[in-house]
Design a protein around this ligand. Structure first.
Ligand code: ATP
Length: 499
């Protein structure tokens, strides 16, 4: 059977030590992956690009790093203990457990977003859906909480119950007052957090798409409830000319395809609950395109009313057409004042802001762009993977590529090796990410670095000994040009900078 794109990526990533199953020598654990040197660097590059654009270059976004394990009360207040659940069915014969909505989607190829437990159970019964492995009968549907539970301290008493965070957002609400006061922040401002989240997914699958441990990059952006359309001109300027594919509620109701919209028309037509939500959606979309994700495989879909969280005024997903279908890459929600009010109630603390100009206390509203680093990596791998007759390669943007420059002495001769190592030192001194290799045929070395998307390779050959020039080979065109060694730093500074 022909290999799917997803299979090829899994195999290539394992072969090159990019990303591979955790505890692999024990057979692996579903939903957990380890990153080798190339994977770690790729992840770091994407994370740093996010940090650069959404924190460093923005005046009013403050980054925090919070605890991963938090006591039960936090998750009661947030609503996760009660409702962070998926619906589960189990095969009575082989005891495999399935996520009911996924099982229905796979069997009947219908959309199940927002269906209640009763509705899912009814679909399974009326269509007589059985275990896909052994055709066994399924148990009735039950709710399964996705949080990993643990205990703090040496006694497993209920008052010591705690959970690994399923999202980084909640700690932002807990730290809101302290950050706002410490940074003397006035509305609108955001608090960002990048870090691991944990979800005990019933059926992790599709490589990096549905994991049990993954990395969130989230911003809670606090706005005055009466100024949710007050996006400053200089920020709007950055997104106003974008054109995007939109799948609004009315289009979904008509089962119509996504339609192209200009940003300015989206605002005028009032399709989003507020301009700040629209701004964060567009700027997030634009960032994803700049990372290298194929815009022709992206659309922005509004949550239907029955799938929208009860506290959200509006919610949109930036979806990517993965090799296994259109799926959520990133979510952007208008969470209103729900979270701050819930934590104020459960903690008994004031989580409002005193606006001195108006002499009123208000609880800000929150716009939340929330993305998962691994889903971005998977979309990027799928967007940039190319097969050519003689080679397979990832066409990563040069500024995202895990390694930027490969350095190869043509032959394993001392005089070539010492120049090559010297060039490595010079380029490492400029913080370029270098991969040095002196073993094997030059053709194979090129293929190997193409497979991990290194945009440039320098080769040191006999002519170098005569005139201090080297060749620079471009990954995409495979063209080689000669440059003087003194020109290298300038060449790479120009070709590898963030754009
Ligand atoms: P889904 O409906 O696919 O389960 P979600 O709506 O629960 O996703 P959110 O809670 O909105 O996801 O989380 C925000 C982002 O975190 C998602 O857009 C995605 O990028 C990432 N994410 C969520 N769950 C996972 C997971 N199990 N594995 C990898 N990334 C995830």
């Amino acid at each position: 059977m022909a290999k799917t794109l997803s299979d090829k990526l899994v195999a290539l990533c394992a072969k090159r030590g990019v990303i591979f199953p955790s505890a692999e020598i024990y057979g692996g654990v579903a939903g957990f992956y380890d990153y080798g040197p190339v994977g770690v660097t790729l992840k770091n590059r994407i994370r740093e690009f996010w940090r650069s654009e959404f924190i460093i270059k923005m005046e009013n976004i403050y980054e925090i790093e919070s605890a991963i394990i938090l006591p039960r009360i936090v998750w009661e207040a947030s609503g996760h203990v009660e409702s962070f659940t998926d619906v589960l069915v189990e095969c009575k014969k082989c005891h495999t457990r399935f996520r009911a909505d996924h099982l229905i989607q796979d069997t009947l190829e219908i959309v199940t977003d927002g269906k209640t437990i009763e509705e899912l159970a009814e679909i399974i019964e009326t269509n007589n859906i059985r275990c896909p492995n052994c055709k066994g009968e399924l148990t009735s549907a039950s709710k399964f909480n996705l949080m990993f539970k643990t205990f703090i301290g040496a006694t497993e008493k209920s008052e010591n119950e705690a959970y690994l965070r399923p999202e980084t957002a909640q700690a932002i609400f807990l730290d809101f007052r302290r950050i706002q006061q410490a940074m003397r922040a006035s509305l609108p401002f955001g608090i960002a957090q990048i870090g691991r989240s944990y979800r005990n997914e019933i059926s992790p699958r599709n490589f990096l798409f549905r994991l049990r441990e993954f990395e969130h990059m989230e911003i809670e952006f606090f706005v005055h409830p009466a100024q949710k359309d007050a996006v400053p001109e200089d920020l709007w300027e950055k997104v106003k000319d974008l054109e995007v594919s939109i799948l609004s509620i009315p289009l979904q109701e008509k089962e119509a395809p996504a339609e192209r919209y200009k940003a300015t028309d989206l605002f005028k037509q009032g399709i989003f609950s507020c301009k700040w939500l629209l701004y964060w959606t567009l700027i997030s979309y634009d960032w994803l395109v700049r990372v290298g994700i194929d815009p022709t495989r992206m659309r922005i879909r509004q949550h239907m009313l029955n799938e929208r969280a009860h506290y959200a005024a509006d919610c949109w997903d930036i979806e990517f057409k993965y090799s296994f279908g259109w799926k959520e890459l990133q979510g952007i929600a208008d969470r209103t004042d729900y979270d701050l009010k819930r934590h104020a109630k459960y903690s008994g603390k004031n989580l409002n802001i005193h606006l001195t100009d108006e002499n009123v206390k208000i609880v800000p509203h929150v716009i939340e762009p929330s993305s998962g680093l691994e889903r971005i990596i998977q979309a990027l791998l799928e967007s940039t993977y190319i097969e050519e007759p003689e080679r397979a390669l990832f066409k990563f943007n040069p500024y995202i590529a895990p390694f930027q420059i490969a350095v190869f002495p043509l032959l394993r001769r001392d005089n070539l090796i010492s120049i090559a190592r010297n060039i490595c030192d010079i380029l490492r001194g400029e913080n370029f990410l270098i991969l040095y290799d002196e073993k094997g045929s030059i053709g194979r070395r090129y293929r190997r670095v193409d497979e991990i998307g290194v945009p440039f390779a320098i080769t040191i050959d006999h002519q170098t000994l005569e005139d201090n020039t080297v060749t620079i080979r471009a990954r995409d065109s495979m063209q080689q040009e000669r440059y003087a060694i003194q020109e290298l730093i300038d060449f790479f500074k120009t070709h590898l900078k963030f754009t």
